[in-house]
Write a protein that binds this ligand. Structure first.
Ligand code: AMP
Ligand code: MG
Length: 422
């Protein structure tokens, strides 16, 4: 079934204003992960997606060891009602096995991470122990087996330590390193081409003409893609002229898996951008019931020749804040899916309380730039969809759901934190 036919089956109400969730679900339903893999050195895997399970070649930790600096002892020696007097027969450090034996009534001074001497099973922390020459008094109330990290308690040998599809962040990098694994198999980077459309746009480095504005969308898009670990291809500013646009679309689709454009998708102006997208592929134009970011195009640009794969297309609106919001709500999700991330890392919706009253019309999802502090959120400043300053001042989006009306002071609201995203 074609994209358009499928879409019409799915959209059972007003196609003029598609709900955010519906658009997101439709986009997801069309996409499948790229499958090409490559092996990379561990550090180069940061931000990439694992193409297969990483199996633990041995248990982690490999041996029982101490979680504390203290004394290793035998649980049978501990009195639960009175202090226990034990003789210290040696010291053991991390990285070296204890050579001696520990008999009843004896203990060993032990450092964090040191292997437990064979006869010992419990560690008492040094702070609670009274030392008297080569003897210690252990107070009652110690739990047998305490302060010991058990062999295999973190990872079992032969079991997946990380599943394929996992996005590799700092914790994953460390975890893989703890297994002694130096190289991993990851999916290849997603190639994303982008350009801005609009006769009024000027690239930085060029003096502004009358009525021109500097192109900022290519910078926010570059930044968001780079953060996601994509390979980016910046095709510059393309004027509102069909021949130029057609050439840019062809070049982008030939070079990339995904093409992102901004501007020219609103109704009534620069209509040929829309027409052109439709000519070059199968593209849906949506009015999404959201603010900011209402117009958007999604679909595929056909490849130039027989067997050429073509590319997915996201035609974002032109307004700078709308670009960022639409990217976060739709494009990010789609790109992670194409990158092979499983599960696709969503942007969590966190509960907060509105510190101010907010105007909201039911029937669309509104995203306000907000500042969240101590569970309370307030708007970050003027909310015009061209105002990047308040995007920069914000640390979250306040998500006012589709059905909601005005928000009163103290009402619960959801927020999406920018941390690590923007
Ligand atoms: P459009 O969607 O093309 O009608 O653009 C909507 C608004 O966004 C207009 O005010 C444009 O000048 C502005 N705009 C479009 N593209 C960009 C861009 N790349 N950088 C900054 N502003 C833009
Ligand atoms: Mg325009």
């Amino acid at each position: 079934m074609s994209l358009v036919a499928e879409f019409h089956c799915l959209s059972d109400h007003d196609p003029d204003a598609l709900a955010v969730d519906q658009a997101r679900a439709f986009i997801r339903s069309q996409l499948a992960p790229l499958q090409t893999r490559e092996r990379v050195a561990l550090r180069s895997a940061l931000g990439r997606v694992l193409a297969g399970d990483v199996i633990a070649p041995f248990a982690v930790p490999a041996h029982d060891n101490s979680a504390m600096d203290g004394y290793a002892l035998r649980r049978a020696d501990l009195s639960q009602v009175a202090g226990t007097c034990l003789r210290v027969v040696g010291t053991t450090w991390a990285g070296k096995a204890f050579a001696g034996t520990v008999a009843a009534g004896e203990c060993v001074r032990i450092m964090t991470g040191a292997l437990l001497p064979p006869d010992c099973d419990t560690v008492v922390m040094q702070e609670v122990v009274a030392v008297d020459g080569d003897e210690i008094i252990v107070p009652p109330g110690q739990r047998p087996g305490q302060n010991v990290r058990r062999a295999g308690e973190d990872l079992a040998a032969g079991k997946p330590a990380l599943a394929g599809g996992r996005l590799i962040g700092p914790a994953e990098l460390g975890l893989i390193a703890s297994l002694g694994v130096a190289e991993v198999s990851v999916f290849r980077r997603l190639r994303v081409a982008f350009f801005s459309t609009g006769d009024e746009l000027c690239s930085i480095g060029t003096p502004l003409g009358d009525g021109e504005v500097y192109d900022s969308n290519r910078y926010t898009i570059f930044a968001m893609l780079t953060r996601m670990g994509c390979e980016v291809l910046d095709l510059g500013v393309v004027g509102d002229r069909p021949a130029l646009l057609e050439e840019a679309f062809r070049q982008a689709a030939a070079a990339a898996d995904v093409v992102i454009t901004s501007g020219g998708v609103s109704v009534g102006e620069a209509d040929f951008v829309r027409d052109l997208m439709a000519t070059l592929g199968e593209v849906l134009f949506w009015k999404i019931a959201m603010k900011p970011g209402r117009p958007m195009a999604f679909g595929r640009i056909r490849g130039a020749g027989e067997g050429a794969p073509g590319a997915w297309l996201f035609g974002l609106p032109g307004n700078p804040v709308a670009v960022m919001v639409a990217f976060l709500q739709f494009v990010r999700d789609a790109l992670y899916l194409l990158m092979g991330a499983d599960p696709v890392p969503g942007v969590p919706l966190l509960p907060a309380v509105s510190a101010v009253a907010l105007k909201k019309s039911p029937g669309r999802t509104e995203y306000q730039r907000g500042v969240l502090a101590d569970g309370r959120v307030r708007p970050a400043g003027a909310q015009g969809s061209g105002i990047l300053r308040s995007m920069s001042d914000a640390n979250c989006l306040i998500v006012l759901e589709h059905g909601r009306g005005n928000i009163a002071v103290g009402d619960p609201v959801s927020v999406q934190l920018f941390d690590g995203l923007l």
